[in-house]
Design a protein around this ligand. Structure first.
Ligand SMILES: Cc1cc2nc3c(=O)[nH]c(=O)nc-3n(C[C@H](O)[C@H](O)[C@H](O)COP(=O)(O)O)c2cc1C
Length: 401
């Protein structure tokens, strides 16, 4: 199957232009042997390369290119199938944009094209080339610096341990949401775990449908009680709730307020987080319950944002204070163009609506670094702190090395 990959990268500090010319010949040969064709645009600072050919061959060559330290901040922009090659003549032609007059450069590149699409800009692949050539979006290039490396300095939190008030078949771990730049803990999210620290899914699977919502609600009292035992009364607490728990338990808000009060918290300290993937947009009863929560002073977070069905419309209906972007949407964001574009849009929308963005599920320093450049301040994930049942985890603060 004919596959196209387009990526953008930044030339390395120690990569000389003669060196580029040198590897081109070899690369050209290797591509030709693998039936891979394309073009490599260079503007003196950035590369934009289009590779096309049989899927496995393109992938193999692309992997080698990704590991090449003669360039950095490699961002994949497009990965798609096509019926014909756009640049079918050369294995890999280097095209130096600086050798052409600005008004003629695009035509000069398209001269090399072999597909009928060269007559039209409707084709996405050619649009990427056009945008790169015309430098339309250079300010959206958020690039990590070439030699940026981080170490993580561990800070151990007080080793209090909180027991579950009753003999519950589940427990909670409190995972911090932090601002690594100012070294501040912004809040703690209570995450339910089986007593052995594993996911509580098996326990939930053993419950009847409506029982799930009762247990979900009752468990918030347990979480608050454990938060009290861990001396978190001065912190903001994030508590997850299934959306249907609010609908199926008409007294849910009253129950939550009582539990908050009896453990020495106030509603303004509590953020109820609802997962986007389980919200049904048209559910009037859910919206009404959310409004009750908000009227009581409790704040609302939409969790797993970007992974669900409710999507952007939900932001107009329930107006949350916090949006927690789904970990899958953030995985490898530093090298994935489509994820970068979507996350930048989410961040912009949230900024316009004064909604705080939390990047959750962060596992790599590069993900955090890129998101920080994109304007995110609040982070959560195993890179910084694990979920440890009944205890506050050690926090790993990043230090530039
Ligand atoms: C911007 C850029 C584009 C490259 N494009 C190709 C390519 O299309 N095909 C290829 O075989 N190597 C390409 N390379 C070189 C590979 O990354 C890799 O270094 C080279 O193939 C390794 O060859 P060698 O180990 O046999 O010397 C490119 C390198 C850079 C920096």
């Amino acid at each position: 199957m004919l596959t196209t990959i387009i990526y953008r990268s930044h030339i390395g500090k120690n990569t000389s232009e003669p060196e580029v010319e040198k590897f081109i010949e070899k690369a050209n040969q290797r591509n030709a042997n693998a039936e891979v064709t394309g073009i490599l645009l260079f503007d003196g600072e950035h590369f934009l390369q289009l590779l096309e050919g049989p899927e496995d061959n393109v992938e193999k060559i692309y992997r080698i290119i990704c590991d090449d330290n003669r360039h950095f901040s490699l961002t994949e922009l497009l990965r798609d199938y096509s019926v014909e090659r756009h640049f079918g003549n050369a294995g890999m032609e280097l095209f130096d944009l600086r050798n052409y007059d600005k008004s003629a450069v695009l035509d000069a590149v398209l001269e090399r094209a072999t597909s009928k699409f060269k007559l039209t800009y409707d084709d996405r692949t050619l649009q990427f080339l056009k945008t790169f050539i015309e430098c339309d979006n250079k300010d959206s290039y958020l690039e990590l610096t070439e030699s940026e490396t981080w170490q993580f300095e561990s800070y151990l939190q007080p080793s209090l341990a909180a027991e579950c008030p009753e003999d519950e078949p589940y427990t909670f771990g409190f995972q911090p949401i932090i601002d690594p730049s100012s070294r501040k803990v912004l809040s703690y999210e209570a995450k339910m775990r089986a007593p052995d620290g594993q996911s509580p899914l098996k326990f939930f699977a053993s419950l009847q449908r409506d029982e799930i919502y009762q247990v979900d609600l009752a468990s918030k009292r347990t979480a608050l009680c454990m938060a009290k035992a861990l001396q978190l009364q001065d912190s903001t607490l994030v508590l997850r709730l299934l959306p249907m728990t609010l609908v199926k338990n008409p007294d849910a808000v009253t129950f939550l307020l009582e539990s908050i009060n009896e453990n020495g918290f106030v509603p303004q300290q509590i953020v109820i987080s609802i997962s986007e993937d389980s919200v049904v947009n048209e559910d009037e009863a859910f919206t009404a319950e959310v409004m009750k929560l908000k009227r009581s002073g409790i704040r609302l977070a939409i969790d797993n944002f970007g992974a669900g069905m409710a999507g952007l419309l939900l932001l107009t209906r329930v107006q949350p204070e916090v949006v927690m972007i789904d970990g899958d949407m953030l995985r490898d964001v530093h090298k994935n163009g489509p994820k970068q574009a979507i996350n930048q849009s989410i961040i912009k929308i949230c900024s316009s609506l004064e909604i705080q963005v939390v990047a959750s599920g962060i596992t790599q320093a590069e993900e955090w670094s890129w998101l920080r450049l994109a304007g995110v301040k609040a982070f959560q994930g195993n890179l910084f702190a694990d979920v440890i049942p009944r205890k506050l985890p050690a926090i790993q603060w990043p230090v530039k090395s």
